[in-house]
Design a protein around this ligand. Structure first.
Ligand code: MLZ
Length: 259
């Protein structure tokens, strides 16, 4: 019923307000993405924030980069904004007196690291310095209020930015809940997290926005009938312990139709 998804109509229909831009550690206009696929840069290893590694740009979505650590596998890709302070041009680490480290789970023998690094860097197309944008300032405080709408990274599917609502606020923390989805995707983050954005950020930045899931907010599921016409081959498998990942509308009939 909210398709194509439009925040304005949706907020009207749900009688809700967007979180003001001052709540977020995001620049007022989303930064331009001047990176290109296959360029290399330095990134903190997300699994070991004390090491700086070489990363390759393997995907681009609006102002976000999909990064893969050189020497790692392709199962641990992660996303960073072009104005993240966790990415830097090649040479930054050494300039600060640091040493580039192998990623956690380096797929060769550790003794191979110096050679591997040399070869990787010699073949590298380095991301240009001008592609790295300055990190926006931290908001003066936690201004989020329960019920405010926002756009938030789904940490279980980090390529997705989805329609979300502030569910709770506590000190410096914000509970992010995803509209139309069960609690399985919810998380707490700091108010200055780089994973949360004001309403309209995706549209402005050219990043896709995942509309709300099809679980009617706090009501019965009006999509059940329609979804049950779907061809058997495209039906989702029987409910499992990962059932929480499935919108209520796509769950099998026998699952409890709680609200
Ligand atoms: N693979 C999942 C994505 C769910 C995304 C939910 N985001 C809040 C699915 O489509 O079931």
């Amino acid at each position: 019923i909210y398709e194509p998804f439009d925040w304005k109509n949706y907020m009207k229909a749900t009688n809700s307000q967007p979180a003001p831009a001052q709540c977020f550690k995001q620049s007022s206009s989303p930064p331009q993405n001047d990176f290109k696929l296959d360029q290399k840069l330095e990134a903190l290893d997300p699994r070991n924030l004390t090491s700086t590694c070489i990363a390759t740009v393997v995907g681009i979505l609006g102002p976000r980069l999909r990064l893969r650590l050189d020497g790692s596998d392709n199962k641990n890709d992660f996303w960073r904004l072009v104005d993240s302070n966790e990415i830097h041009p090649i040479g930054h680490c050494e300039k600060g007196g640091g040493m580039l480290q192998p990623p956690l789970g380096f797929r060769m023998n550790a003794s191979m690291w110096p050679q591997f690094l040399m070869k990787t860097l010699s073949m590298a197309e380095m991301a240009p310095i001008k592609a790295f944008k300055r990190e926006p300032p931290v908001p003066a405080g936690n201004f989020f209020k329960v019920g405010m709408k926002l756009e938030a990274v789904d940490k279980k599917n980090p390529m997705l930015i989805c329609a979300a609502t502030v569910g709770e606020v506590k000190n410096d923390m914000v509970h992010v809940t995803f509209d139309g989805w069960r609690g399985a995707f919810d998380y707490w983050c700091r108010y200055d997290s780089r994973d949360i954005f004001p309403v309209g950020w995706c549209a402005k930045s050219g990043h896709p926005l995942q509309p709300p899931g099809k679980k009617a907010q706090g009501g019965t599921n009006r999509y059940r009938a329609r979804v049950s016409n779907v061809q058997p081959s495209t039906m989702v498998p029987a409910a499992t312990e990962t059932d929480e990942n499935t919108p209520l509308s796509l769950r099998k009939e026998q699952s409890k139709s709680s609200g």
